[in-house]
Structure formats: structure tokens, C-alpha cells
Design a protein around this ligand. Structure first.
Ligand SMILES: Nc1nc2c(ncn2[C@@H]2O[C@H](COP(=O)(O)OP(=O)(O)OP(=O)(O)O)[C@@H](O)[C@H]2O)c(=O)[nH]1
Length: 329
């Protein structure tokens, strides 16, 4: 649970905002109902209920986009109702709303929603003098300060989003080749085991290792070796489906996890990759580079270490038998 909160920013925010609404708005709702302000009291209670439902949905499905947007719209409608019903007293609540929204949806969406909210308030304020704002000076001051707050919140949220994406990219990809890294591989192997156990999905593992890579480095230099590793990833990806990710296992070893595949199809795909590398990749002297491949279908009851080990043993055998071939583990 804590790990999910740590890994998923929007889930953490939905949970935080949900908890804050329950804790902070519930007493207000009770007070409003107690003092006879039923419209605002019921609106507050609806907001509390929406916050609970949205957090529950996000935790259950893992989808934070729909509940985030839902809560952002609820906030906007809530802010509007509070302003119309409480007048000047309600305006102060718009400021935390302006900031909260950036924690729930993407910065552009949040900014768009705020534009709609502030424009609606502007129209109401202009057409119904005295209902929300006490004077036109107050109205102008409100729109200038809310616009500035929205703009700065947007800039801050936008920069944070870029940095979050970059951090995620750095944590999940191999810096040389751009393939997914070993850490991501471990996570995906665990997910595959889980999907196989729960839904019976079939998974295959392809482990590839470039042949005589040390000699390539020695003969053409480390830079050429690096270039070969960088070139290999798009070559493999061009022969794979988009959702079959390539991972760098380490050194010149790469892994592909293939979902929804039969043993025969996995072998055919591995052969296609082996042949593709041999045909499409060249060394500076125009000679071909080859790869040895070990494959293994996930077996029921097997853990990911045992599955990977079988593919590794098959790869070892492929090397032992003369390289540039596929061996089934
Ligand atoms: N250029 C480059 N070389 C690397 C990188 N990572 C590992 N290597 C080299 O890859 C070579 C792997 O050598 P070995 O494990 O002996 O394997 P090999 O020469 O490919 O021989 P076989 O696998 O048996 O065909 C080593 O020389 C490593 O230094 C890297 O990021 N860039």
C-alpha cells in the first residue's frame, strides 16, 4: 500500500485530498446543516461522498485519470456553489481549490477547468451585482489575484510534471541504450507471474546475448561496441509488437517478455529476432554481428527467478553449441 502511494503521484494526491476533504469539510457540513444552511451543507456532504468514491475507485482500478477529473469538476462546481451561496465569505475558499486542482489532473486540464470556473464566476458577478461580490473593485481584485494564483500554480505543476517524468525515465531505463533497465525487468517479471497465476495468461521469455562481444570491443574499440548495443534495441523493437518490451539485462545481454504467446510462436519469434540481428546489424568492416538466444515459456507454479534461470541455461547451451542459434529451455 505504501509502495503504491510512493510510486503513483496522482493516487497519493487523490488519497490525500480525499482524506483532507473528509476531515475538513465534514465538520463544516454538519455546522451548515445545524445552522439551517441546507444548500451549502448538502453540497459539502456531496463533496465528501464524491471524495470517498473517487479515492476508492482509484485504489481498486489503478486508474487515476477518471477519478482525478471527476474530483476536479466536483471542486469547480463546489467552489461555484460556495461563492454563490456565501458571497464574499465563500471567495476565500476558491484559493485552495485553485491549487488543489493541479494535484488531481494534468496541468493543462487543471488550467482549462480553472478558466471555465473563473469565467462563470465573472459572468455571474457581472450579471448579478451584489450576489457574489460586494463591489466591482472587489470583483476585479478577486479576478486579478485568482488569475495570478492559477498561472503560478500552472507553471509550478507543469515543471513538476516534467521533472517527475524525467525521474521516472531515469529510474526505469538504461542510460546507454534507452531499453528498460534491470529494475523494470524484475517488476515486469513479477507482474507476469501474477497475471499467469490469476488469469492464466501465457508468457514467454527471450534472452539474447551478442556473440563474441569482447572481440568486437577489442578489435573496433569500446565506442563501436556501445554503438552496436544502441543499434540493437531499435532493431529488436522493429520485429516486436509495441507491448513486448526490451530490457537490458546487463552488458550485452537483453531480455524480451512476450505476453499471450504459445511455445511454438515464441520459438518462431526468437528465430526471427536472431535472423533479424544477423541480417540487419553490421560491424565497421561490414561483417555481421550475431546473437545467441535462450527461450523459456513460463510454467505454472514457477517463480520468476526459476523462469529466468531456465532461459539463461538455454542461452548458455546456445553459446556452448556454437552460438548464433536459438535453444529452448
Ligand atoms: N562497449 C561495451 N562493452 C560492454 C558493455 N557492457 C559489457 N561490455 C563488454 O562485453 C564483453 C562481454 O564479454 P564476454 O562475457 O566474455 O562475452 P562475449 O565476448 O560476447 O562472448 P560470448 O558471449 O561467449 O559470445 C566484455 O568485454 C564487457 O567489457 C558496454 O556497455 N559497452
Amino acid at each position: 500500500m505504501l509502495q503504491r502511494l510512493k510510486d503513483d503521484f496522482y493516487l497519493a494526491m487523490l488519497t490525500l485530498v480525499g482524506a483532507m476533504i473528509v476531515l475538513c469539510v465534514t465538520p463544516y457540513a454538519i455546522y451548515r446543516l445545524y445552522t439551517g444552511n441546507y444548500v451549502v451543507g448538502i453540497a459539502d456532504l456531496i463533496m465528501v461522498l464524491c471524495a470517498i468514491l473517487a479515492s476508492r475507485y482509484a485504489w481498486r482500478t489503478g486508474d487515476t485519470v477518471k477519478p482525478g477529473l471527476f474530483m476536479a469538476i466536483v471542486f469547480c462546481v463546489g467552489a461555484l456553489l460556495v461563492c454563490v451561496n456565501l458571497g464574499v465569505d465563500g471567495l476565500f475558499w476558491v484559493y485552495p481549490f485553485l491549487v488543489f486542482i493541479f494535484f488531481l489532473v494534468s496541468p493543462l486540464r487543471a488550467f482549462g477547468l480553472l478558466l471555465v470556473l473563473l469565467s462563470t464566476l465573472f459572468i455571474i458577478g457581472s450579471t448579478h451585482p451584489g450576489l457574489v461580490f460586494a463591489s466591482s473593485f472587489q470583483m476585479m481584485a478577486f479576478f486579478v489575484t485568482t488569475s495570478i494564483t492559477s498561472l503560478f500554480s500552472f507553471i509550478f505543476a507543469y515543471r513538476a510534471q516534467i521533472q517527475r517524468r524525467e525521474l521516472k525515465r531515469l529510474a526505469t531505463t538504461d542510460s546507454l541504450t534507452g531499453a528498460s533497465n534491470r529494475r523494470t525487468l524484475n517488476e515486469q517479471l513479477v507482474l507476469a507471474i501474477d497475471e499467469h497465476a490469476r488469469r492464466g495468461r501465457q508468457y514467454g521469455l527471450i534472452l539474447l546475448d551478442l556473440d563474441h562481444f569482447k572481440q568486437i570491443n577489442d578489435k573496433f574499440g569500446h565506442k563501436t561496441g556501445d554503438k552496436m548495443l544502441i543499434e540493437l534495441v531499435p532493431v529488436l523493437q522493429s520485429m516486436l509488437r509495441q507491448h513486448d518490451p526490451v530490457f537490458r539485462f546487463g552488458g550485452e545481454e537483453f531480455v524480451v517478455i512476450v505476453a499471450d504467446v504459445s511455445a511454438a510462436a515464441l520459438q518462431k519469434l526468437a528465430e526471427k529476432l536472431r535472423q533479424g540481428v544477423a541480417e540487419k546489424m553490421f560491424l565497421p568492416d561490414d561483417s555481421h554481428i550475431t546473437t545467441s538466444v535462450g527461450i523459456a515459456m513460463l510454467q505454472s507454479g514457477e517463480d520468476w527467478e526459476a523462469w529466468l534461470h531456465r532461459a539463461d541455461m538455454a542461452l548458455y547451451q546456445a553459446k556452448h553449441q556454437g552460438r548464433n542459434q536459438v535453444v529452448v529451455g
